[in-house]
Design a protein around this ligand. Structure first.
Ligand code: AR6
Length: 171
């Protein structure tokens, strides 16, 4: 089973094999955690994203791609695209679970052992925080992947931190 940890703070400061970015389909950067990662990591991350975009035309909701991490303490950045919340009837839960599952699979492909996730979709994309946390925890906890040692959920806002703390205490 993958070991699960919880941290409060800024994911750009976390030293793991890969941090996950809550990107958008264009992979061209944006606000929130995406903006923070590109700012702190420097231009090489965007350059690699542009190459991926030229090769495969961006990234769909639920999918993930990987780049180096530039100046960040992490070794890689896995860019996943969360669903925009539009009421829950547009496959948002499946897409959000796909973000976590596909990020883990990409980490395995790249022989990475430790991975840190932000609370994908719960900022600008408006996904209800508790439901998003349940999906994130369930997907990691029930993963049959054995190659990953540990996942850190990095919560930036107090509300997400409190929700994760409660849910993780229950398991
Ligand atoms: N470290 C960790 N978590 C953070 C940080 C940080 N430095 N900054 C914000 N968060 P959001 P989304 C948390 O909006 O909802 C971008 O423009 C934040 O508190 O970053 O998936 C993209 O380009 C929230 O809980 O991502 C897309 O267009 C969580 O990160 C769009 O936003 C996710 O919030 C994606 O929206």
């Amino acid at each position: 089973m993958i070991n699960i940890e919880l941290q409060k703070g800024d994911i750009t400061k976390v030293k793991v094999d890969a941090i996950v970015n809550a990107a958008n389909s264009s992979l061209m950067g944006g606000g929130g955690v995406d903006g923070a990662i590109h700012r702190a990591g420097g231009n090489t991350i965007l350059e690699e994203c542009i190459q991926i975009r030229n090769r495969k035309g961006g990234c769909k909701a639920g999918e993930a791609v990987i780049t180096g991490a530039g100046n960040l303490p992490a070794k890689f950045v896995i860019h996943t695209v969360g669903p925009v919340w539009s009421g829950g009837q547009a496959n948002e839960p499946e897409k959000l679970a796909g973000c976590y599952r596909n990020s883990l699979l990409l980490a395995v492909d790249n022989k990475l052992k430790t991975i840190a996730f932000p609370n994908v979709s719960t900022g600008i994309y408006g996904y209800p925080k508790k439901e998003a946390a349940q999906i994130a925890i369930h997907t990691i906890k029930n993963s049959i992947i054995t190659e990953i040692d540990s996942v850190i959920f990095v919560c930036y806002d107090e509300e997400n931190y409190r929700i994760y703390k409660e849910l993780l205490n229950d398991i």
